[in-house]
Design a binder for this molecule. Structure first.
Ligand code: NAD
Length: 364
């Protein structure tokens, strides 16, 4: 069956890294391993320049129709003075909201060859493979009421609301348990149930879903302060971690840094399964538009290509092809080929398209 991929390359290095991922999509089609069609649309600063809107309606329509979306990055100094309502980042928030992408998957994988790039000791991180599942559309970032009020005495009060409902917790818990079932069968749910009632509810609901639907998965609970400590003390104890929007925001960046390089980190954001079996899904590298190296052919395309591998695995059930892409990347790293951001002495430094060439050669 033909699958349609929408590419939203965005700004800065976005188009450069997406180009390399598109070559791999085309290769898979040429090899007869799948039939992909690809289209492109605007998002972020480039969309604002062209249409006055960082998330034009045509892009939303194209996103709704696509079987999966690959996004590069948005933003850059050119658009920093714009009003918040039309900033490139509104494009990202807009697409997450419109497609209701509530589950953010952030793997932190340390390739053997890059273990020395971590700020932690090699033995703590070599072979690390954890998946952080962050709730993305609820919690304190969206809860009402919110704001800053001026009080009668002239001082101010700032406030936000941490709110979660049973269905919101249950659907993200299921995502985590399903993933663990395909990995090493362990979920650690992270909360602050000792002081926050809404995360006490979180803990109860996660436990309920576990007991009723996933008794074969090993579930543990951890307070967020301890989880932050454990991530840098002994990260390999984790398989899948599931947590709220804000805790996930912080812990996933912390876990990312265990791997040493932004240019290596993929992510996925998944929506709910619809009645017709379809599920919106957006795949993107964790890094930004890297304006300091944009247009110079220096960007590392691996994070974007690993995001494509996640798409093959989660949207298209193509585990063999996802393995093929990931193993090709391992081989290229083992062969000593590096972009500037992951360069080590004695290795061969290459640019964006040469890295794409090397990965395609390894796949062949
Ligand atoms: P950044 O991730 O763009 O860059 C941080 C540093 O990492 C830079 O030195 C950059 O050169 C380097 N880097 C990042 N990706 C790389 C890659 N693939 N290969 C080699 N080096 C890479 O973060 P920033 O500088 O804080 O932000 C720049 C712009 O990107 C801002 O406008 C920001 O708002 C935006 N941003 C967008 C996203 C997104 O689209 N999801 C995420 C973060 C930041």
């Amino acid at each position: 069956m033909t699958k349609h991929i929408l590419i939203l390359a965005g700004d800065g290095i976005g188009p450069e890294v997406c180009r390399e991922a598109e070559r791999i999509i085309n290769w898979l089609t040429k090899q007869g391993r799948a039939k992909f069609t690809v289209s492109h649309a605007l998002i972020g600063g480039c969309a604002y320049d062209e249409t006055g809107n960082p998330f034009p309606n045509e892009t939303l329509e194209a996103a709704r129709k696509a079987d999966a979306i690959l996004l590069g990055a948005v933003g850059g100094p050119k658009w920093e003075a714009l009003d918040y309502a039309v900033r490139p980042e509104r494009g990202l928030l807009g697409i997450r909201k419109e497609l209701e992408l509530f589950a953010n998957l952030r793997p932190a994988v340390v390739f053997e060859e890059l273990a020395d790039a971590s700020s932690l000791k090699r033995e703590l991180v070599a072979g690390l493979d954890i998946m952080i599942v962050r709730e993305l559309t609820g919690g304190i970032y969206f809860g009402q009421p919110r704001g800053v009020d001026t009080l009668p005495d002239g001082t101010k009060k700032g406030y936000n609301t941490l709110v979660y409902t049973t269905p919101e917790i249950q659907r993200i818990a299921r995502v985590a348990f399903d993933l663990a079932g395909k990995r090493n069968g362990r979920v650690c749910s992270v909360d602050k149930a000792n002081v926050l009632e809404s995360t006490e509810l979180w803990r109860q609901e996660v436990q309920k879903i576990h007991d009723a639907e996933y008794p074969n998965i090993a579930l543990s609970h951890m307070y967020v302060d301890n989880a932050a400590m454990q991530l840098v003390r002994n990260p390999k104890q984790f398989d899948v971690m599931v947590t709220t929007n804000m805790f996930g925001d912080i812990l996933s960046d912390c876990a990312a840094m265990l791997t040493g390089s932004l240019g290596m980190l993929p992510s996925a954001s998944l929506g709910a399964k619809q009645a017709n079996g379809r599920q919106h899904a957006l795949y993107e590298p964790v890094h930004g538009s890297a304006p300091d190296i944009a247009g110079q052919g220096k960007a590392n395309p691996i994070a974007t290509i690993l995001s494509l591998a996640m798409m093959l695995r989660y949207s298209f059930n193509m585990a063999a092809e996802a393995d093929l892409v990931e193993n090709a990347i391992k081989k290229v790293l083992a062969d000593g080929i590096r972009t500037g951001d992951i360069m080590q002495s004695g290795m061969k430094q290459v640019g964006t398209s040469e890295m794409g060439d090397a990965i395609l050669r390894a796949m062949e």
